[in-house]
Design a protein around this ligand. Sequence first.
Ligand code: T46
Length: 134
Amino acid sequence: MDIKMIQFQSHGDERGELVALEQNREIPFEIRRVYYMYGTNPSIERGHHAHKNLKQVLICVNGSCKIRLFDGYEKAEVVLDNPKEGLLVESFMWREMYDFSDQAVLLVLASEYYDESDYVRDFQEYQDMIRAMK
Ligand code: T46
């Protein structure tokens, strides 16, 4: 599976690091929503769904976590532990987030406003949709 990691420039100096992200530049879409998760219990998994339309870039800005992706045919696993890189998750990708470290903060830049009707939360329904798209 083609994993799309985006490398960000960090403007570091003697004071520390700064990463700036702009829509349609570092982030390959218009950013309509930003959310982040923190205080995540390391023994739980989040996600377990796909989106019909939404595109997102996931950045672990502190600590680390793992992302399991499935495109309907192939699986991949990505470790996010670097605030200078983001994982592009396209629509119709099944995603699961797990193994959150202590103090992990997962920042998400999203292409659309929150819309529950965009979620596919049933795995069988997801697989049926992927097969139908072939
Ligand atoms: C995704 C992965 C990476 C809102 O009210 N607005 C929002 O924008 C979001 C994202 C969530 N919520 C509410 C809905 C639930 O009551 O926050 C609660 C937790 O959301 P959810 O269970 O969907 O969280 P995750 O971590 O399973 O999934 C989230 C995103 O929902 C999803 O789009 O791709 O992170």
